[in-house]
Design a protein around this ligand. Structure first.
Ligand code: SF4
Length: 688
């Protein structure tokens, strides 16, 4: 027979916290008595209601002088009243203060969170639906923060409250009692969703409860008998028992060891099955209010009854922790310089500020809250000190990541924090990764250009002891370029338009980066007009629109052209250079048979030597100069053959004013009517 105890069995964080606070108060009072006698203590130490659902624990506390109050009205001035993990409504705090009592608030942070939700949502005028037992102290407390009546559902079989059904458009805010069964929560929410209600759901089931329930279900499924230990008034223990009943043929629900003994006495069939070996696997779980010593007693009872048959599996009752272990701690207390954590060990652990963070200016109280879960490394197990470190945990995590990345050639990223002539240092979490200059890029680059940049790299050397970590960015650049290249190649086809970047300029061509792959742009394809050198048009790094002219998939040779059809100067040439029209151009070159005039880039026309002048011209330079702007007449146009014939002589003739008209105008201007002459002459005579 094997007895297996659930790892999560027993005190949850909230209960342990309330117990620690109470025990600390008891210790303070005992110290005060030792120092100054009984009179030195003013007021009683009280709990409002039983601190936890365990009669045995309550009896022990009472023996140490703790008084259980039924109601806040029972508090006396000067009493120190502990609010238990369930929490209470706002009015109860006010009543206690009114009574002159000092409040010690041990409300579980998970419950406080629901109280705040209730307060906020009610103040906003929203309808609050609480999934849980309206008579449970935790739920009564939550309702006390809402300040007005809430609605309740306890199971998916419950009808949706009438107030909601009557007004289906209203916003329904759902919060759950921390110990509510997670399966029921899901079913209820699903029910509301199916009916398309306007929902706002706060998942407030406590993770301790959820993991208790999950583990109980798993353990129950593999056990022949489940023993559930806890108070009959404990809601979470009852739920554990319900879950176990669903998954295990026999369940013993007992408050303590005597209860288990009683069960065995009243269930001879179970005893017999254990003795005959029909029941071989016994699972033990316990509610959140069950202390470990009661669990231990339960196992002892089994041992007494079934002695030699028993193989115990009890190590989880007091989990062993060793220096170097990674554990999760729940924050119990935060001061300016240290954090106290519950790590599930018999003693709480301490973490000093400099072991939490490398940032010495950090404000612990602002950063860390009671109830937070923090992964830590156990640094020291002393008696009684247990020291833990979150900073070392983070460092270890980062190192594991580096190790994984090193083994699997994964790419990491970090920010360049230092640059030197021979490389850069990139910060990866708390580690420095040196990347030599030769491994910074595909081509040689100046390390300074990476200053402050986030870069990607692989780890190629890892020596923790010597604190040497070397990275390689070059291989990542290669991979990125190859990936870009494949992506680009998939788009490449003759006629495709692409944007590229001028990468290299040569005397006869330019190489254009199309995205991981280069194409060649020959000088003759750079412009519709002739150019002498590519640098007349381009500079390295310039963006350029190109078209694929040819592509050989085998050799991956790509030829480009920047002569896009829509920019062809011969487009609409008939309209722009209609025969008979006068156009302007620039003389660009001479030949023996005439002069070429550029009308626009890429479109030159010829003035035949016979069309240069009325007179005989032996060479065009007699009439024109290179770069001279001229007006010429279009006398012929052949767009197919890309020929345009021009005439300077005709243009000049057309621009010249006919001689007879000129003479006529001269005459008209000089002619003065005879009477005016006479008049002017007579005026001149009078003046004289
Ligand atoms: S069960 Fe969860 S919510 Fe309740 S007291 Fe424990 S930790 Fe807090």
């Amino acid at each position: 027979m094997q007895v297996k105890v659930a790892k999560t069995a027993g005190f949850c964080f909230g209960v342990r916290n309330a117990m620690s606070m109470t025990e600390a108060e008891i210790a303070k009072r005992q110290d005060a008595v030792k120092a100054g006698g009984q009179e030195s203590i003013s007021g009683r130490l009280c709990t409002l209601g039983p601190l936890i659902h365990n009669a045995d624990v309550i009896r022990r506390l009472e023996e140490q002088g703790v008084v259980v109050l039924d109601a806040p009205e029972a508090a006396l001035p000067g009493d120190r009243v502990i609010i238990r993990a369930h929490g209470v409504g706002k009015a109860v705090y006010e009543k206690l203060e009114e009574r002159g009592a000092k409040i010690i608030d041990a409300t579980c942070p998970f419950v406080s969170k629901i109280q705040k939700i209730a307060e906020k949502e009610s103040a906003a005028g929203n309808t609050l639906l609480i999934l849980g037992n309206p008579n449970h102290p935790e739920v009564i407390g939550i309702q006390g923060w809402a300040g007005r009546p809430c609605l309740f559902m306890q199971s998916p079989d419950d009808e949706i409250p009438e107030e909601i059904r009557k007004n289906p458009g209203q916003k329904i805010v759902i919060a759950e009692q921390t110990t509510f069964k997670i399966e029921n929560f899901k079913k209820i929410v699903e029910k509301f969703k199916e009916l398309r209600y306007n929902l706002c759901v706060y998942p407030t089931i406590c993770s301790a409860t959820a993991s208790h329930q999950k583990e109980a279900e798993e353990l129950a499924s593999e056990s022949d008998l489940m023993i559930v230990v806890g108070g009959v008034h404990s809601s979470n223990t009852r739920k554990l028992a319900e879950i176990c009943e669903e998954h295990c043929p026999a369940v013993c629900f007992a408050e303590n060891a005597e209860g288990v003994q009683e069960y065995l006495r009243t269930h001879p069939d179970i005893r017999e099955k254990i003795q005959s070996g029909t029941i071989q696997r016994i699972g033990v779980t316990a509610g959140a209010s069950t202390p470990n010593y009661i669990l231990q007693e339960v196992v002892n009872i089994m041992s007494e009854n079934f002695g030699e048959m028993l193989q115990e599996d009890l190590k989880d009752l007091h989990p062993e922790v060793h220096p170097g272990d990674v554990v999760k701690g729940i924050v119990v207390q935060v001061t300016d310089n240290e954090i106290t954590l519950d790590i599930g060990y018999k003693a709480d652990a301490t973490m000093y500020k400099d072991e939490y963070s490398a940032d010495s200016g950090i404000n612990l109280k602002e950063t860390v809250k009671v109830g937070d879960e923090i992964p830590v490394i156990v640094a020291k197990i002393g008696d009684p000190d247990v020291l833990v470190s979150h900073k070392r945990y983070l460092q270890n995590q980062a190192y594991f990541e580096l190790e994984e990345a090193y083994k699997n050639h994964q790419v990491l990223s970090g920010t360049v924090s230092e640059t030197m002539d021979n490389g850069v240092v990139a910060a990866y979490k708390n580690y420095r990764v040196f990347i030599p200059a030769s491994l910074l890029d595909i081509h040689k680059i100046d390390p300074k250009t990476l200053e402050g940049q986030e870069i990607s790299f692989r780890i190629i050397r890892l020596q923790r002891r010597r604190n040497r970590i070397m990275g390689d960015r070059r291989s990542v650049c290669f991979d990125e370029r190859n990936a870009r290249r494949e992506e680009t190649l998939a788009k490449i086809e003759v006629g495709a338009r692409m944007e590229g970047t001028i990468k290299t300029l040569m005397s006869y061509c330019a190489f254009v980066d199309l995205g991981g792959i280069d194409g060649m742009l020959h000088i003759s394809e750079m412009s519709w007009g002739p150019i002498r050198n590519p640098n007349q048009l381009f500079t390295v790094g310039q963006k350029v629109q190109v078209m694929i002219k040819s592509f050989d998939p085998e050799t991956r040779k790509i030829s480009l052209t920047a002569k896009l059809p829509e920019t062809n100067p011969w487009n609409n040439a008939e309209e722009k250079y209609a025969i008979g029209s006068l156009v302007e151009g620039k003389v660009v070159r001479f030949t023996d048979f005439g002069a070429f005039v550029e009308l626009e880039q890429g479109l030159d026309g010829l003035i035949h030597i016979s069309r240069l002048s009325d007179h005989f011209v032996k060479h065009p330079s007699e009439v024109l100069e290179i770069n001279q702007n001229v007006v010429v007449k279009v006398i012929d146009l052949n767009p197919e053959q890309k020929r345009i014939s021009l005439s300077l002589r005709d243009a000049v003739a057309e621009e010249e004013v006919p001689e007879e008209e000129y003479v006529e105008e001269e005459v008209q201007e000089e002619e003065i009517p005879a009477e005016e002459i006479t008049e002017e002459a007579s005026e001149e005579t009078v003046e004289q």
